[in-house]
Design a protein around this ligand. Structure first.
Ligand code: TXA
Ligand code: MG
Length: 325
């Protein structure tokens, strides 16, 4: 894999590679994506192979303008138009009836397709230059935390069939897009993400939250995700100093993944610490980088803070619970 700086010339080079059926990793405002031409079965199959992704877990298709929608979906219902107007370009993915010209592997045999228009200037420029709908899951090996910096992608795919990685620095949102299914009578929130449940209901009214423990409405939700190699424990703020002390007494090597106020509570007794910051935007942005960084020290236990499931912290908790599974 070759790392490219995001120049005009390099975007052209990467777009050519996509047209030729190669894989290109690129930054979006949420996380880095691993892209392929969504019209080309062979190219799409390369994504599944490189990631080690189960073939029954469908991908998100990325477009650069609404004009590309007819290449991806059969029709755009009124309720979709309302959401698209409010939240595109940005971290919202809508599930609609798919169009036949797409490679069938993209949607893993489903009759629906997940589509979004990213707001990141490099993602937009690349998709526009390629002139294609681009299938792109997060650019991590299946099961590991999503990549929010180019070095994360490099770590997972250095020796791989991925042709290029465009280095666009850190991702602004740091969590994946919100996925909402609009093929049902009442829209179903399949994955909380960069657009909050509160933002959506304000625009939309009633939305059902899918209960993944009962039935995985989104195939990807049944797999273990975002998991560091180290054991991860979720704990309330006030329990954390106690758990930390108990670990240290036993001679264990614990690590803290917590907000700044919680870290203060621990009076400097932990050696391995990743400070997530204070504001929910910061916490969301830093979460995956924190998981990866702490994991690289192979602690006996990562103690992560439980947050109230409101706003962006709903998505943060969704990822933490999966990492703790
Ligand atoms: O922010 C993002 O969404 C990032 C960037 C790269 O755009 N992409 C991303 O893709 O997170 P991925 O593949 O890691 O997650 C896609 C999610 C999975 O949970 C998958 O099951 C769900 O979307 N999904 C895809 N197509 C679907 C469909 N037709 N019906 C229901 N869920 C679907
Ligand atoms: Mg992913």
């Amino acid at each position: 894999m070759q790392v490219l700086k995001p120049s005009k010339e390099n975007i052209k080079k990467a777009a050519k590679a996509l047209q030729n059926g190669e894989l290109v990793a690129f930054p979006t405002e949420t996380v880095y994506g691993l892209g392929a031409n969504a019209l080309d079965s062979k190219a799409v199959m390369k994504i599944f192979k490189a990631k080690g992704r189960p073939a029954d877990n469908p991908l998100i298709v990325h477009i650069a303008s609404k004009k590309q929608l007819p290449q991806v979906v059969e029709e755009v219902p009124k309720k979709a138009i309302r959401l698209i107007k409010s939240f595109w370009p940005g971290p919202l993915t809508v599930v609609l009836k798919r169009c036949n010209s797409l490679a069938k592997e993209v949607s893993a045999g489903l009759s629906t397709i997940a589509v979004r228009m990213p707001s990141h200037p490099i993602a937009k420029a690349l998709i526009k230059e390629a002139g294609l709908p681009i299938a792109a899951p997060s650019a991590n090996k299946s099961g590991s935390p999503s990549p929010t910096r180019a070095e994360h992608v490099l770590k997972d795919f250095k020796e791989s069939i991925v042709k290029y990685l465009i280095d666009g620095g850190s991702c602004r949102v740091g969590l994946e897009s919100t996925v909402i299914d609009l093929t049902k009578e009442v829209p179903v929130l399949l994955r909380p993400g960069g657009i909050t449940f509160e933002q959506l209901t304000k625009k939309f009214g009633k939305i059902v939250v899918s209960n993944i423990s009962k039935r995985p409405a989104s195939p990807g939700m049944k797999y273990r995700h975002y998991a560091p190699n180290s054991k991860l424990l979720l704990a309330e703020r006030n329990e954390i100093p106690v758990i930390l002390e108990a670990c240290l007494k036993k001679g264990l090597k614990p690590a803290l993944l917590c907000s700044s106020p919680t870290i203060k509570l621990c009076n400097g007794s932990a050696k391995l610490v990743f400070d997530l910051g204070r504001k929910e935007k910061e916490i969301a942005r830093r979460l995956f980088a924190g998981l990866r960084e702490l994991d690289s020290f192979s602690p006996d236990l990562i103690i992560a803070e439980k947050f109230n499931e409101r706003g962006l912290l709903r998505a943060v908790m969704n990822r933490l619970k999966k990492a703790a599974n």
